[in-house]
Design a protein around this ligand. Sequence first.
Ligand code: NAD
Length: 495
Amino acid sequence: MKDTTYWLQKAKDLRLEGRAFIDGAYAHADDGATFGSYSPIDGEPLAQVALCASADVDKAVAAARRSFEAGVWSGLAARDRKAVLLKWASLLETHSDELALLESLDSGKPIADTTGGDLPGTIYCLRWFAELIDKVHGEVPATEPGFFGTVTCQPLGVVAAVVPWNYPLLMAAWKFAPALAAGNSVVLKPSEKTPLSALRIAGLALEAGVPAGVFNVLGGDGATGRALSLHGDVDCIAFTGSGAVGRDIARNAATSNLKRVWLELGGKSANIVMADCADIGQAARSAAAAIFANMGQVCSAGSRLLVQRSIADRLIPLLLDATDAYQPGHPLDPDSVTGAIIDRAQFERVCQYIALGRQEAQLLKGGNPLSVVGEGAYLEPTIFLAEDASARIATEEIFGPVLVVMLFDTLEESIAIANSTEYGLAAAIWSSDLKTIHTATRQLKAGTVWVNCYDELVDMNFPFGGFKESGNGRDNSAHALGKYTELKSTITRCG
Ligand code: NAD
């Protein structure tokens, strides 16, 4: 039985790899520098990880370039790349307990989430793009007589992927799976807070048959990511993370080689519940899950709940009850639904927002730190009722377990509030009236709009990404291939 004792014992037996993976081999940073990786579960050290600097970035990019130009991957038939990626996915499945545990240890996520969500999601993503890639067609546009033309897709070359800590493997896979499937070589830079799972899967990629140099992983911090964004031989940088870093990457791409820049950034998503919602209990439970899953550390979290005033008295008590399911527990207890905040710095940041919320709004629930395991940072799920939709807690991304509830009278008002932040990642509308639903789905400025649900079907078949300052481009779906390929028009005179 996989209980807490099983996972704790397995954690003791784990061999953690902290070296970078460059050109098909694990290696220390060129200058031997390392940084400590700590577990958010208890604050204890996990491993020393290579702190890759410019010299390592140069090596990894050179290996990626060499492998790309040699055609060892880019030149394979799509079905051959598919076979290797499917084998890699199977190896991830074989090692899924180990990888899920690594993910929980490094990120503080509940083991139920990493075994039930992160790992299956990563494997599914890899398989989805592997299965897609030998079914992609070019185009034969209409031409004048005497000409024949095609439009084909070609890989870009060297793709750098810089990713955050909230879904370490999954966010990485959303980049590397389409990029590799399309034939690119990749240099992946996981977050310094959660580098271990990405480093581990690099060895499995080699074992599956991904040629040396095609998939490289660099441990490191912002400076490592910055060196990738400034590198003259990187063709594209795909980033998921904060808006501030996204801006820096866009600037660095502009001042270096104008590499393509894809940004998946933050959100402050609105979850709107109309009075004619068919199931208020379901809306309340879903609203709690929308913000408190993954400790609120979700870019598309429903961090603003907009409730039509006439049902507030019924919905809010149900919401407060539903929130009890998200009290933090030991992340390695399979029954825990909520784990630790990623680290002390993020914990302090969220606590500052809670202190601000106490001034700007009315605290309805939570707001306190909890002691769960050792020095780990744990927080009660927290709910505020705000009157001012422009309050800082109602407009800024907190990225923690803090929900801001606001009341409105009309649909128009709710849409205006929903659209009033700089973000546009996701939104939801709960109603049983088709006209209301159509109006809202058309007018909400968000890359994903859920109707009578929240956070359902974050699935490879649907593009994921944001309007406005939530970024550009889309992860997932066949549209994502466009980020990592160039279109080529070939025109032949036949007459
Ligand atoms: P972050 O921006 O601090 O860091 C993300 C990555 O960028 C890390 O690997 C970091 O080392 C690297 N980095 C830092 N400075 C850099 C620089 N100057 N140049 C290049 N790389 C640099 O973000 P985070 O704290 O790791 O993640 C939280 C953020 O990610 C939130 O804003 C969240 O909304 C966002 N996010 C967005 C999505 C999405 O799909 N839209 C998904 C998950 C997370």
